[in-house]
Design a protein around this ligand. Structure first.
Ligand SMILES: [Ca+2]
Length: 523
């Protein structure tokens, strides 16, 4: 019945009252008339194709308006809901899409876990639900929006929305604009995503100083009577403690016709004290005689510092359902301090005019052993990432999307290495007895030289500095091994990668900056 088909066509393509002549094509989409019963999805020319008064199908949607909606409402145009989270609970039972009015939706932990499309760009109640360049802004938390658990082909669209994530505040944590997990068939059209800044990384910590010192050297022997039966011995070196480098024994004091001896060297580099020389005096010119003192042993060498921890990278890794920073390595322990040198023995004294008037020198003190090594400091953690779209087992299609990142956080500074313990103290040199005698009617005092003090053990080497954390990455799309995305006309506007930590260890890596990371090339 062709006569019946023609009037239907005419009616279907004529806007009542416009007088517009129908045509097969209606070339100007905005002027194209509506037809009741026609399929009407929200489209790019904002066309009401089924004459129900909105772009899209009012009966297939719940309406949400943050300005004038109420969550006790039914979700119609006249009585819209207020929050996305409540609308998502409601829509799960009805299988509808959500039509979103302009305005800001402050919903910090929104999870889209039902196969529901979100269409923004509506004016809302005040504007009669016209659709156009109205800004629908979902302002989320550390993750702007999570899409989760929709299976391989959810068949959903997020359209004409601005989705922002808050800058991260907990040290080293990321800010992620949109996270799609375990969901495929997710399309983002005319969506602007802005990830906030990643948080700065955690600094490392310096361990407490190692209080364990070296072992003290022994005291040199003193001469204790007018004529000691034996020479004064040098003090024993300290033995034990952390250091395996021996300290030096003190030198022996001098005796009549026998020179004092030098102190032994400490290992690796502390010289022993020089022996005091014999000193002669004649009387009556001076009726007092003092032997030359032994030299002090040299202090032990400070232990070498530990190796610095290697810096963390500026990439980090996925962990569970999120991203985590890497940490700079802990520094190595320092080396123990070296042993102190022994003190030199004291010289003896004699009167040239009488070999019977002599006195012995004291023994040198023993060297102390080195102090215990300092511990390495812990490294700084990396700065948090700024990721516009994170995909974990996600398959996403981007069309005319704008992906922005604010930038990665600065890496935490590796800490200073811990201080080493003090060296053992060198032993004191032995003192010498003063001998008083009469010689040809004169009173003569003669005193041997005192022994030199032993050298102190070296300070333990400080621990290595902790590695500096890397800067946080700044990435448009980050994929795990099971994710990919395809895109058309995507604009990337990426903030900088974070700066590395600035501790004393070598500089770390600046945060990675790139449009995508580990995403396979589009099929
Ligand atoms: Ca419509």
């Amino acid at each position: 019945m062709p006569w019946l088909a023609l009037p239907l066509l005419v009616a279907g393509c004529t806007t009542p009252g416009s007088g517009e002549e129908p045509g097969p094509s209606c070339p100007d989409a905005a002027a194209c008339p509506c037809q009741p019963g026609q399929t009407d999805l929200p489209d790019d020319s904002f066309q009401d194709s089924n004459c129900d008064g909105v772009d899209g199908t009012a009966s297939a949607a719940l309406f949400v308006d943050p300005a004038s909606g109420q969550d006790i409402n039914t979700g119609t145009r006249e009585a819209p809901l207020k929050t996305l989270s409540y609308a998502l609970q409601r829509v799960a039972n009805q299988g509808k899409a959500l039509y979103l009015a302009q305005g800001t939706y402050d919903e910090p932990s929104l999870v889209l876990d039902k196969p529901v499309s979100l269409y923004g760009g509506y004016s809302g109640v005040e504007g009669g639900w016209a659709r156009g360049n109205y800004t629908t802004h979902l302002r989320g938390g550390g993750v702007g929006l999570t899409v989760s658990g929709l299976g391989k082909d959810a068949g959903i669209t997020l359209e004409r929305m601005r989705i922002t994530s808050a800058s991260a505040t907990d040290a080293g944590t990321p800010s992620i604009g949109v996270r799609v997990m375990y969901s495929g068939g997710v399309k983002l059209r005319y969506v602007e995503v802005l990830a906030g800044a990643g948080a700065p990384g955690t600094p490392g910590s310096t361990p407490p100083p190692n209080l364990q010192g070296g072992v003290d050297g022994g005291v040199g022997q003193s001469t204790f009577q007018a004529t000691s039966p034996t020479r004064a011995d040098g003090g024993a070196p300290g033995v034990g403690g952390c250091s395996s480098d021996p300290a030096g024994r003190g030198g022996q004091g001098g005796d009549f016709l026998t020179s004092a001896t030098d102190g032994e060297s400490g290992i690796p580099s502390a010289d022993g004290g020089i022996a005091g020389g014999r000193r002669e005096e004649s009387c009556p010119g001076t009726c007092q005689c003092i032997g030359n003192p032994g030299g002090k042993g040299q202090d032990g060498a400070e232990g070498a510092p530990g190796t610095d921890g290697t810096p963390g990278d500026g990439i980090g890794q996925l962990q569970g359902d999120s991203w985590m920073a890497h940490v700079g390595a802990t520094g190595g322990p320092g080396a123990p301090g070296g042993g102190g040198g022994g003190g030199g023995g004291g010289g003896y004294c004699e009167l040239t005019t009488s070999t019977s008037v002599i006195s012995q020198g004291g023994g040198g003190g023993g060297g102390g052993t080195g102090g215990c090594p300092g511990m390495g400091a812990t490294g700084g953690s990396g700065g948090g990432a700024s990721i516009a779209v994170l995909l974990i087992n996600g398959l996403v299609e981007l069309e005319s999307a704008t992906l922005k990142t604010t930038g990665g956080g600065q890496g935490g500074a590796g800490a200073h290495g811990g201080a080493g313990g003090p060296g053992g103290r060198g032993g004191a040199g032995g003192t010498a007895y003063t001998r008083t005698s009469n010689y040809s009617g004169l009173v003569v005092d003669s005193t041997g030289g005192p022994g030199g003090a032993g050298g102190n053990g070296g300070v333990g080497g400080r621990g290595g500095h902790g590695g500096n954390g890397g800067g946080g990455p700044s990435v448009g799309v980050w994929c795990d091994a099971t994710s990919t995305f395809i895109q058309r006309d995507t604009v990337f506007d990426l903030g900088p990668g974070g700066r590395p930590g600035n501790g004393p260890a070598p500089t770390g890596e600046t945060g990675l900056r790139g449009q995508s990371y580990q995403c396979p090339s589009a099929p």
